[in-house]
Write a protein that binds this ligand. Structure first.
Ligand SMILES: N[C@@H](CCC(=O)N[C@@H](CS)C(=O)NCC(=O)O)C(=O)O
Length: 229
């Protein structure tokens, strides 16, 4: 069976990585059975066989693939009989843009809001590494995120405006049915809903309605998840 190294919190059942969620949603969409191996940030030696220091890492027999985008490409090529993540070349190219936009714009906007919440979910052995590495990488002390929270919420609203306009006109990012582009963006919100107690949208919001629609399609993958809102 496929094996996925998946970031876990102090509570092993809390699996919050937005990148691992992309892979879990994609595997589930394709109907590929897999088991997850809980992994913590400081367990680098456990995934050293992959040549990478981050998750997701997928092991499929002798094949090992790290990085959520490469995993999506790999499973689509290796399992052509299962539903495709990318219907054709054009939709793959557009999904690649969504991947890069989410990495560069949406995830950082969400991260600024939820970073203090993430710290409180971490396994004790990860806290020092996580705080130091994130303060170094992003240049702010964790406490500073709390004081700038309202600016970060305003920034998120600006980032989400094009998504809101699009989803007012079509059911999913790629059109009438969910595809990998939806997995990518939904994973960012799954991350937020697992980590942060405060809602990102009000009742009836276009993005909330899309997320609810998507969650019904991905019900099996999301069945055990404890969302905070
Ligand atoms: N580009 C990678 C990013 C993966 C990534 O950053 N994963 C985080 C967990 S959300 C990680 O494992 N970080 C390891 C670290 O910070 O040491 C992907 O798409 O898979």
């Amino acid at each position: 069976m496929l094996e996925l190294y998946d970031l876990a919190g102090r509570d092993e059942a809390v699996r919050f990585s937005p990148f691992c969620w992309r892979t879990k949603l994609a595997l589930d969409y394709k109907g590929l059975p897999f088991r997850t191996v809980p992994w913590r940030f400081t367990e680098k030696e456990v995934i050293a066989f992959s040549g990478h220091g981050s998750v997701p890492v997928l092991r499929d027999g002798d094949n090992v693939v790290a990085d959520s985008w490469l995993i999506a490409e790999y499973i689509d090529n290796a399992y052509p009989g299962a539903p495709a993540l990318f219907a054709d070349r054009q939709s793959k190219v557009l999904a690649r843009f969504v991947n890069e936009w989410t990495n560069a714009v949406l995830n950082p906007a969400i991260r600024a809001i939820i970073l203090p919440d993430i710290v409180s979910l971490l396994h004790e052995k990860d806290v020092e590494y996580f705080v130091e590495s994130r303060e170094r990488r992003f240049g702010n002390k964790i406490e500073e995120y709390m004081t700038r929270r309202s600016d970060y919420l305003t920034n998120l609203a600006v980032c989400l405006a094009p998504l809101r306009t699009l989803l007012a006109k079509q059911c999913y990012l790629g059109g009438d049915c969910p595809s990998y582009a939806d997995h990518i963006v939904a994973s960012a919100f799954i991350w937020a809903k697992i980590c942060c107690p405060e809602r990102f949208w009000d009742e009836g919001d276009v993005i909330g309605r899309w997320f609810a629609r998507f969650s019904r399609e991905a019900a099996r993958a999301l069945s055990d998840v404890q969302f905070r809102w």
